[in-house]
Ligand binder design. Structure first.
Ligand code: GLU
Length: 626
């Protein structure tokens, strides 16, 4: 493709009457699964209009019980999933209904306009399968898609807030594919709660308010987005009711006409029109996109075999290419095992400084390798990258007394492993956003879903599809605009129909007795380290799943510094890591994970964040008494 100089627009915007906000039937969420005592400080709805959905649900970060479990970042969305399970639905049914509800309450993180990765565990066969719902680039793209007329990379912000960054959304196709393969209910029924939630509204919490404020400038560039998400020109106040009747109409459209509407129908026409000619505020110009009706029509959510590796006698399953999540998590875990051998001291027995040192070194090494080898290209050496032999070879760089110099060089996953192999220096860190959302579900039969979905950065491209209330992703900015390391092949350059590399790491761990753990997180490239750290917390530090999710996080991604939450950065442990040569950069919070631990037949602990991103919501169908 040529340089993206195509249509720029300042097309006048027609403001629709906000007075026409639809009012619908009252909320009908079943509340039986949550303790009778609602959190006293929970924000209450404004007066007038129908009651918002689930306004009195408490946020509970850890819950143990039976009958199935759901963990997400939002209590209304978790409750939607619990209602599905309680009514006899299975894990896939609940996951799809929860994901659609998150598209309403977390519209800056996921929804109809985004994509994701869906990992499914089937209890009766023990089989794990995945659906790849990653967004795709237009067929017109090539390696120059994000270069300007001089061959220089476009400013990142310019690319984000434009039609150029929008890939074909994959979430609706994922929902349909998952329901077709494993669901027991019809998609049109599973989307009902989301349609109602968008119509009746939800109570704005601090996180939603803050995310809106943080994106207000971007949202103001696109009048349609401003009308929906900045009503009256303001971020909705904490405690007010936020309704999105357009989004309700979009769910109704999909319920009525199927997901085909998005790929070859009314929604498709609306999406393409807006990408090719974005409606902007007066004086604002943004690059138009190139996505066509044909690009949408050829989209498929793909069945893919999971990445499989062994760790401490267990089977770990994750997402394959185009995500790097499954590969990188597996390599981190393999390296930690290799360090045991190399040092003669099990990681489960070392102190906290040495534990985090090992975790950091393993993470930096895995990032060097994924940056070099993983992208949506043929021939990614997945089997070698997740092999213990490769990790054993790569562990030769490890020194218990000192951090490896960054950047750690990448290795040679060539199947022949001896000592250090021929490692070569790797370059800069790729950019990735810090948004997204992860949900975990287990049903009473022991089937499970680990599903991470996203519109890339918080607020995506900031382009809302006129009349339909959902924001389009900016996922294509996950491509490298130029090769990361000059002279080294980069598998993550843009290309026709290509899927940008992801870090999303929906993970399932299966032991001798079956399913043990479901986990995942948002957070751009920190997703990989957060997910790995939760697994290591459970299996190396003997933490409960709730404590493993809550534990302070470190994220080492082969840059010159590594992100550390204040509880690490400002602590004696942080000082110990610094003494080993780690350069910590204090970061307020990393990730917003959810996980579920299976405790026995039909017994689970669901876990969400107690604090990060305002706290998440873990629920089981029948909570333990007391
Ligand atoms: N686009 C990122 C990825 O696929 C996720 C974005 C985020 O978590 O903020 O890895």
């Amino acid at each position: 493709m040529g340089t993206p100089t195509a249509a720029r627009t300042t097309r006048p915007f027609h403001r629709r009457a906000l007075a026409a906000l639809a009012v619908g039937t009252a909320a009908a969420l079943a509340l039986g699964a949550v303790p009778a005592t609602a959190a006293p400080d929970r924000d209450r709805p404004q007066r007038g209009g129908p009651p918002p959905v689930g306004h009195d649900l408490p946020k509970v970060p850890v819950m143990t019980g039976s009958g199935g479990a759901v963990a997400s970042v939002d209590p209304v969305a978790s409750q939607v999933g619990i209602d599905v399970l309680a009514a006899g639905g299975n894990a896939t049914d609940a996951a799809v209904a929860t994901a659609a509800a998150l598209g309403v309450t977390e519209p800056y993180s996921t929804g109809i306009g985004g994509g994701g990765f869906f990992v499914h565990y089937d209890a009766s066969s023990g089989r794990v399968d995945t659906v790849d719902g990653r967004e795709t680039a237009p067929m017109s793209y090539d390696e120059t898609a994000f270069l300007d007329a001089d061959g220089d990379p476009l400013p990142f912000r310019t690319a984000v807030n434009s039609g150029l960054s929008v890939g074909v959304p994959g979430n609706p196709a994922t929902w349909q594919r998952a329901v077709d393969r494993w669901g027991s209910e019809r998609l049109r029924d599973l989307l009902k709660p989301a349609e109602r939630l968008a119509r009746n509204g939800f109570v704005v919490d601090q996180t939603f308010h803050d995310q809106t404020v943080a994106n207000a400038d971007r949202f103001s560039m696109f009048p349609e987005t401003a009308v929906v998400f900045l009503p009256g020109g303001q971020a909705p106040a904490v405690g007010s009711v936020f309704r999105n009747p357009d989004l309700s109409a979009a769910y109704r459209e999909i319920r009525t006409h199927g997901v085909e509407s998005l790929y070859d129908g009314r929604l498709a026409r609306a999406v393409v029109a807006e990408i090719q000619d974005p409606t902007t505020a007066p004086g604002v110009e943004v690059p138009a996109g190139e996505l066509t009706r044909a690009d949408l029509a050829r989209y498929e959510a793909l069945d893919r075999a999971p990445v499989h590796s062994r760790y401490r006698g267990r089977d770990v399953y994750g997402m394959p290419v185009p995500s790097s999540g499954g590969i990188a998590v597996a390599e981190i875990l393999n390296l930690v095992e290799a360090y045991d051998e190399r040092t003669g001291t099990p990681t489960s027995e070392v102190d906290q400084v040495q534990y985090l040192h090992r975790f950091s070194e393993a993470s930096a090494t895995a990032f060097a390798d994924r940056n070099r080898y993983v992208g949506d290209v043929p021939g990614v050496p997945t089997g070698e990258l997740v092999s213990q032999g490769f990790a054993d070879e790569r562990s030769c760089l490890f020194d218990p007394a000192a951090a490896m110099p960054r950047p750690v060089p990448f290795g040679s996953p060539d199947g022949s492993y001896a000592d250090c192999g021929d490692a070569r220096a790797s370059g800069i860190l790729p950019h990735e956003g810090m948004s997204t959302t992860h949900l975990s579900v287990v049903d009473r039969w022991g089937n499970a879903v680990s599903y991470t979905s996203t519109i890339e950065q918080t607020g995506g491209s900031a382009i809302t599809v006129p009349g339909w209330g959902f924001i389009l992703n900016n996922e294509l900015t996950d491509f490298d605009f130029v090769p990361l390391t000059p002279g080294v092949p980069d598998p993550n350059l843009p290309g026709p129909g290509k899927r940008p590399r992801s870090s999303m790491s929906p993970t399932v761990v299966v032991g001798a007795d079956g399913l043990e753990l479901v986990a995942g997180s948002p957070g751009g490239s920190t997703i990989i380290t957060t997910t790995a750290q939760i697994l290591l917390g459970v299996y190396e530090r003997d933490l409960s799943v709730g404590d493993a999710v809550a534990a302070p996080r470190l994220s080492s991604r082969n840059g010159s510094t590594e992100s550390a939450e204040p509880a690490i950065a400002g602590s004696p442990v942080g000082a110990g890591l610094t003494a080993l040569g780690h350069r910590l950069s204090s970061t307020p919070e990393i990730g917003a994970a959810t996980a579920i631990r299976v405790l026995g037949p039909d017994r689970y602990t669901a876990a969400a964040e107690p604090v990060r991103r305002g706290g998440g919501s873990a629920m089981v169908v029948v909570p333990d008494a007391g």
